[in-house]
Every structure is written in structure tokens, then in C-alpha cells.
Design a protein around this ligand. Sequence first.
Ligand SMILES: *Cc1c(COP(=O)(O)O)cnc(C)c1O
Length: 390
Amino acid sequence: MSHYIPYGRQDIIQADIDAVVEVLRSEWITQGPSIERFEQAVAQYCGTKYAVAVSSATAALHIACLALNLGQGDILWTSPNTFVASANCSLYCGAKIDFVDIDPNTYNLSVDELERKLAKAQRDGCLPKVLVPVHFAGQSCEMERIAALSHQYGFRIIEDGSHAIGGKYKGLPIGNCKFSDITVFSFHPVKIITTGEGGMVLTNQEELYQKLIRLRSHGITRDANLIQGQSHGSWYYQQIELGFNYRVTDIQAALGASQLQRLDEFVERRCFIAQRYNQLLHDLPIILPWQHLDTESSWHLYVIRLKLEDINKNHRQVFEELRQAGIGVNLHYIPVHTQPYYQQLGFQWGDFPEAEKYYQAAISIPIYYGLTNKEQEQVVTLLKHIILCR
Ligand SMILES: *Cc1c(COP(=O)(O)O)cnc(C)c1O
């Protein structure tokens, strides 16, 4: 029996460990210089003015929504084919949530559907305040079209780039916020680079940046321009809004900065693995990932869809036989609107048929930097056997 191959995992080398140990031996293990260094490195990589490191992408989404003043009476729209955090951020702010069904080719939110839904929402007087396009599997949404709609209808944009650091759209790095107000990244260990837990918020807007910095740390400021009345002395700070403790440690930031140095190498390898899967799997009764010409994916996920009408097994059987054979396949994603918590808000099966149809046949197969060619061949052999044999 060969060893278990997960669908994704981190890659840590001695240089990462050394960077972390150096922080542990230093004066600052939190709120020290590593955080700013990491923020500046990511901002520079993406070509963005400002970056704020936080404790997770979930925290990043939360303060991004608050920075855009999302609150009671407002509506946020996102894709149903995402992790629950992309939707939960709206509920944290007391706002409402709705979804835009997906494009059956990219599995990103469909811009045609968005256009149709916006026209209807305008007639009904319920336009969204914020849209969260999710760059699924690392492939960018059609941001230029989305940005044009945001100008027409007056909504703000938070890109959920949790899968997508290192990817590009129209030749520019995802995260550069050319077509959005804010982008967030996740540094969870299955994502492209990791800090253990962690996330980042990027923006080109100074005002949003200042607000994000405050929201990360209790809503507290020491800025003389923002302090009301007289300072009491050099110890003095004021809490001017309700913030959180969403900070990362310097230990995490040092790991992130070290990982960032290998980002291009990580993405290159993932891209190679994806192209190799494309070749090795092309004659199976499955649908392979389709790429829009404007995008260069970071390949966080490699999702296949079973052509169930041409296979003698059902989706669940294929999935579970792969798991039993030691392949850590996964399913991204259970449509968010079908979760019990969301059903209780009034959503039902049938509301977003493309996302549901996708869910009935999708399987994420292993892709990560450390996946060897031999392991990939093993995945392919098992996949062929399980799909083609009774
Ligand atoms: C992983 C993920 C998140 C949440 O990231 P955390 O850093 O774990 O909070 C949000 N959105 C998407 C699309 C994700 O994949």
C-alpha cells in the first residue's frame, strides 16, 4: 500500500524554519518589524499601494466589509461556489447576503448572470452595496467587466483572492486592485503560500488603509489628526471605533515573507502539474479545467468533473474509491446556499442551479508544489482504474 497523497499541502524548507527561529530569538515576537516587511513585500509583488496582514482571510473579509461601511440594511453578493467565509463576512456586519450563480466553464461567478441580476435588483430597489468575486482555484474572475458594472450600478468590490496569490489577470498580478477596492489573500497551509494561519488585505486607497489598520487592532489610534481633544501624554491613544484583535504575530509574518520568495516557483510547479494532468487525463470521460484567455491561474485547485452519463459509477462512489485508494481528493465547494445555516435564512436547493449541477460531479485531485511526478502518475493510474473499471 502506497502512502496517502493529500489534495494540497504546504512546502516548508530550512530557510522558512530559520526565518521563524530568528524571530523567536529576537525582541519582538508580535507587533514587530517582520509584519511590515511582509506587508511591503506582498504589496510590492502585487503592485499595490497598501497591505495589511491579519490573522486569517476570514478576518480580512470581515474588516474589508467594515472598511466599506457595509452594515444593516445593506446587501452583499458573492458566488455560491466558495468557502462559507466569503458569505459569512456580510452576516458579521449585520448585512444581508445573496449569490450570483456560476459560469459553467470557469466555475467563477457568471458576469452575464450578474448583469441580469443587477438589472432586476435595480428595478426592485435592492442593489448590492458590495460584491465579492472569488477567484476560484486561482483563476481570476472577469474583473474588467465586473468593474464596469460597479461603475454603472454603484457597488464596491472586494476580490476574494484566497486561492489566487501568484495568479494574473490581463498580465497584472491578482491583488493589484486595478479593478476593485480591496483584495484579500489567505495563507492557510493548503493555499499557495502559508503563515500557518493568516491573511492579508490589499488596497490602493489610503483612507481604506487607515481604517483597516485600526479595525485590525481594536479601533485604536495614536494618530494626532484623529485624536479628539487634547492628548494626555505620550502614552495616550484613543479608541474611535469598534475594532478587533485580528493581528498576526511576527513569527507568522517571517514565515510568510520567507515563503513569498518562492511564490513564483510554487506557481510554476503547480502550473506544470496542471498541464501534465491536462495531457494525462484528456481521454477520460471527465471535464478538465477550462481557462479564460485573460487569466493565468495560480492553480490552487485542479478540479475535474465526471461525465456521469459515460461512467458506470456515481459521483460518490468514484470519490470514496479514490479516498480508499489513498488519494486525498476533496470537493470544492458544497454550494454555500445549501448549508443549513443559509437554508434557515431562506435559501433553497434549486436557487443556483449551475453551482448545484457543478457540485454533483466535481472532484479536486491533488495539486501542490511537493507533489512528485511519480505521485501524480499514481493519481492518474488510480483515477483511470476507478473511472473505467466496474
Ligand atoms: C480559505 C478560504 C477563505 C478563508 O481563509 P482563512 O484564511 O482560512 O480564513 C476564504 N475564502 C476562500 C475562497 C477560501 O478558499
